[in-house]
Design a protein. Structure first.
Length: 232
């Protein structure tokens, strides 16, 4: 069919591109290290906020942003492989890709919050864990960098495959929000009211503020001042 339908709402599209830029910049700054580690930590907090927003938007957003859709799609993988998938939004493989990328990004953020490079960087929750635990989490954080890089590469290859072979404009849909209607039963996305956007943004900002402030809350009290010596 020649008409198109709204699939991706504006907040979801803004989240997608913001996360892509933030993750790319965080990976580059972490790889280069040095003075860029300050920005690596800031980008980690930005990614934390973006993921928190996505978590809430999956509950409050429009039709195809909902977790109920994304989590249910992989259960229909057999139908998709047999050519029986007729729904809009993420197909089963796309939903698995989303879950893997978001899950690994969350893993990187959580391990980074308690990580330390013993030189110029300590995560805001570093004081919550023992030094050995922090070292273990730091190692996991560094090793998962390569896995995340691989998943991003697969994601880009899948987009290229759908554009060149399947002739489906996934990139254009994530920019403009609309996708060609392939089957009559496909419907436009609904939901995602302004109040829902406000709640999701407030929740994400509150979480980032709490994590950012934790370093000050967890700082040890200053040592008592030494008594002044008496000069007789």
């Amino acid at each position: 069919m020649s008409d198109s339908i709204k699939v991706w709402d504006a907040p979801l599209r803004l989240f997608h591109w913001s996360l892509a830029l933030a993750v790319g910049a965080a990976m580059l700054s972490g790889w280069l290290g040095g003075n860029l580690m300050v920005w690596h930590g800031r980008l980690g907090l930005l990614i934390l906020g973006l993921l928190a927003f996505r978590l809430l938007w999956g509950l409050l957003g429009s039709t195809y942003a909902r977790w109920s859709r994304i989590l249910a799609a992989p259960l229909r993988l057999g139908d998709y492989l047999r050519g029986r998938w007729r729904q809009a939004g993420h197909n089963p493989l796309g939903a698995l890709s989303v879950l893997a990328l978001l899950g690994l990004a969350a893993f990187q953020v959580l391990t980074g919050l308690a990580a330390s490079d013993d030189i110029a960087f300590q995560g805001p929750l570093y004081r919550l864990v023992e030094a050995d635990t922090s070292a273990w989490l730091t190692g996991l954080h560094r090793q998962a960098w390569w896995l995340l890089l691989g998943l991003i590469g697969l994601h880009l290859l899948a987009i290229l495959y759908y554009a060149r072979v399947r002739r489906r404009p996934l990139l254009r849909a994530m920019i403009g929000g609309r996708s060609p209607r392939e089957y009559p039963e496909q419907r436009e996305a609904v939901g995602g009211a302004p109040w829902a956007l406000a709640v999701a943004l407030a929740g994400a900002l509150l979480l980032v503020w709490a994590v950012r402030s934790a370093e000050g809350w967890l700082a040890p009290p200053p040592a008592p001042a030494a008594p002044a010596s008496l000069d007789w």
